[in-house]
Design a protein around this ligand. Structure first.
Ligand code: NAP
Length: 246
């Protein structure tokens, strides 16, 4: 489905990003794996991706740093020659009620989750516009659509990503580049591993499908959006949340 394409996936050493990278590789895409610090995990993802017969390389890069992202994107372009697909998936949480939330915890979540997506879109926009079917896919969250107590920083960053998605969809449409967002609900990854028993019980009762989702279920939607099957979809937000928010 993605044969011959090159995809850059941020936050691909673990969780949802890893599932996306491997599913893209399985579908024929070369993959550039971006990670923050977990080098061993990123290299393992590369080895697994290469087992599908595609090219894979890992790049350590802080998505929040405009200059680091530029250097990394320049390296990726030199290594892969072209980039067709960008998946802005890197994300962090620093939850607290607003009354207790520190300024630094607001700023860092916005910097990684929202500015990180701007940084990669900015520095990869030229090769993506040169692609015959460029794709930008931003991993938002239902938290950004419904608001979640204790997530003022995270919800704001994920709502911001939806605005960024719709704007890029309009700006790049003339170049046949589509830009869409995927909004997962509760997905089993390291990010949700620390959920309290009460939060898990809430999830079980609030989610119509009565379970947390798997990273692979998000990856399926991302691969669909990256493929030609989604050629007439742009500026859209697709929830993958078991019906949590509707
Ligand atoms: P995760 O398991 O915590 O993995 C986070 C990934 O992001 C790791 O690969 C990490 O790299 C990377 N990362 C963190 N900070 C970074 C930075 N500054 N620069 C570059 N990479 C960075 O997270 P996840 O659950 O898979 O979540 C992936 C995305 O889905 C996030 O945007 C998250 O907000 C969103 N999402 C998740 C859920 C959920 O329930 N899990 C729900 C809705 C939305 P290292 O391994 O090197 O640290």
């Amino acid at each position: 489905m993605l044969e011959g394409k090159t995809a850059v996936i941020t936050g691909a050493s673990r969780g949802i990003g890893k599932a996306i990278a491997l599913k893209m590789a399985q579908n024929g895409a070369n993959v550039a794996i971006i990670y923050a610090g977990n080098e061993a995990a990123a290299k393992t993802v590369c080895t697994q991706a290469e087992s599908y017969g595609v090219k894979a390389a890992a790049y350590r890069c802080d998505a929040a740093s405009f200059s680091e992202v530029k250097t990394t994107c320049d390296k990726i372009i030199a290594d892969f020659k072209s980039v067709d697909i960008l998946v802005n998936n890197a994300g962090i949480v620093k939850d607290n009620l607003l009354l207790m939330m520190r300024e630094g915890d607001f700023d860092s979540v916005i910097a990684v989750n929202l500015k990180g997506a701007f940084n990669f879109a900015k520095h990869l926009s030229r090769p993506i516009m040169r692609s015959s079917a460029g794709r930008i896919i931003n991993i938002s969250s239902v938290s950004g659509m419904m608001g979640v107590t204790g997530q003022a920083n995270y919800s704001a960053s994920k709502a911001g990503l939806i605005g960024l998605t719709k704007t890029l969809a309009k700006e790049f449409a003339g170049k046949k580049v589509t830009c869409n967002a995927v909004a997962p609900g509760f997905i089993e990854t390291d990010m949700t591993a620390g959920l309290s028993q009460a939060a898990r019980e809430y999830a079980d009762t609030a989610i119509p499908l009565k379970r947390l989702g798997a990273a692979d279920e998000v990856a399926n939607t991302v691969v669909f959006l990256a493929s030609d099957l989604s050629s007439y979809i742009t500026g859209e937000v697709i929830k993958v949340d078991g019906g949590l928010y509707m």
